[in-house]
Design a binder for this molecule. Structure first.
Ligand SMILES: [Zn+2]
Length: 450
């Protein structure tokens, strides 16, 4: 099976170049200014004139809800939405039901994905109070890492960031990547009870960032960083939401050598507290969306490499689960289908270059997780590719939304850029606004951690 994309603008490794890309079976065989000899056999020709070819986005933080919460989403439905959004690989969180706290439960998720995933996949091992020994058994050439994201450490609903003694133990013994959610529960509980005194059960959503405050994020992040640095652990922090935290990360070490890395998420880069009035609990996320200064500061931190990558934290809930009073409405929302188009709006505004966006959504995700043979447009690498039209406006509607939950925080919005085609392992999986193939995702492989 051969496909050739001709006369396309290839955006890769900091530059854009006009040329042809030849895909043979699963891989990129040739990249040249003009490919003459394509060899024998049937060849599908794609005219790339006026279009851009990017490496597929690699999203290191999604909640696809299977097993156990499949009324919200499942690996099939959400991986379809992901490839429609130009995401060709994902890493998934352990707060499915049952929580992914044993090697056996972890392998069950890989088995489901091997049959149902449109995109390439890895699943995080969960960590909580009672499974440290089990969690440390993962093979880091085969599993992306260990995380607490979405899990409570113990029954009083605190999260791991609030247990420094356990973090010490975890970092002292772990030789794999540990990725954490960082907020301080004590501060959040205090802020909640203060606002409850005034508003009772009906706290206005605008106060979400006052409850899940900057202080709650900064204190927890400093605590985690202190312990990880002491042990020189391979730490990644998910969804940094404040400028104050972004400045805590090093921007002098080359990406391949960083022991501590961090990310910003699409919603924190796109929305600010000004949007609560219009969008309400639809944009209730943990950590909360904060001020415009934080939003702008996170983008600046990506540009100057204090922050390393962009992720989605895609976390679908049914529209009923997102409705109701402050305490009832769940946190999280669906993003994988719209993350790249939303970030391309920032490119149109001139806030970030296309080359830098590709670095933060593909190249550096591959680097910090040590993903083999993906994340770049290189001869011999897997053909995980996105073909884009930067000047093809379209509107987000319920009808063209592929999430099982059937809503989006971007509903009714127009995006200037459109994803025309997505390739996963050389297969054309998405074209003409439709999924075009059966599941073809493969398990991600990683180089051994230092
Ligand atoms: Zn989280």
């Amino acid at each position: 099976m051969k496909t050739i994309i001709r006369n396309v603008c290839i955006v890769n490794e900091g530059v854009r170049k006009m040329g042809d890309v030849l895909i043979t079976n699963e891989r990129i065989e040739k990249i040249e200014a003009s490919i003459q000899n394509v060899g024998a056999g049937f060849i599908k020709e794609i005219n790339g004139e006026g279009l851009y070819l990017l490496p597929g986005m690699i999203d290191d933080q999604v909640h696809f809800r299977e097993p156990g919460l499949t009324h919200k989403g499942d690996i099939y439905s959400e991986s379809r939405a992901a490839v429609a959004g130009g995401i060709t690989s994902f890493m998934e969180m352990p707060n499915t039901i049952p929580n992914t706290l044993t090697l056996e439960l972890l392998e069950e998720k890989y088995l489901i994905a091997s049959k149902k995933s449109m995109a390439n996949y890895s699943f995080f091992m969960g960590i909580s109070q009672h499974n440290l020994e089990e969690a440390l058994k993962i093979n880091n050439e085969n599993v992306c890492g260990i995380t607490d994201d979405g899990l409570y450490f113990n029954n009083d609903k605190g999260i791991l960031a609030n247990y420094p003694d356990f973090l010490e133990k975890l970092f002292a013994h772990s030789n794999t990547l540990v990725a954490l959610h960082s907020e301080d529960d004590g501060i959040i509980h205090h802020n909640t009870s203060e606002l409850r005194k005034i508003y009772g059960e009906d706290i206005p959503i605008q106060f979400h960032p006052a409850i899940r405050s900057e202080e709650a994020c900064v204190i927890a992040t400093k605590r985690i960083l202190d312990i990880a640095k002491k042990h020189n652990n391979r730490l990644h922090l998910f969804h940094i939401s404040t400028l104050a935290e972004a400045n805590l990360f090093d921007n002098t070490t080359p990406i391949q050598e960083k022991r501590i890395t961090a990310e910003a998420c699409v919603h924190h880069l796109y929305f600010s507290d000004k949007d609560y009035e219009q969008l309400g609990t639809k944009i209730k996320w943990n950590p909360a969306i904060k001020t415009k200064e934080d939003k702008d500061g996170l983008l600046a931190a990506l540009l100057n490499n204090h922050l390393d990558i962009i992720a989605t934290d895609h976390a679908p809930h049914s529209i009923e689960e997102k409705s109701g009073t402050y305490f009832k409405a769940m946190s999280g929302g669906p993003l994988v289908q719209h993350a790249l188009p939303a970030m391309l709006e920032l490119v149109h505004k001139g806030s970030i270059s296309l080359e830098k966006l590709v670095e933060k959504m593909s190249h550096h995700v591959a680097e910090i997780y040590r993903i083999k043979e993906r994340g770049y447009i290189r001869e011999g690498y897997y053909a995980d590719l996105v073909l884009l039209d930067l000047n093809h406006a379209w509107q987000v509607t319920t009808a063209n939304t592929l999430y099982k939950c059937q809503w989006s925080p971007f509903e009714n919005q127009y995006f200037k850029s459109k994803i025309l085609k997505t390739f996963v392992n050389g297969n054309l999986v998405y074209e003409n606004e439709k999924i075009q193939s059966d599941p073809v995702g493969k398990r991600l492989k990683f180089s051994k951690i230092r």
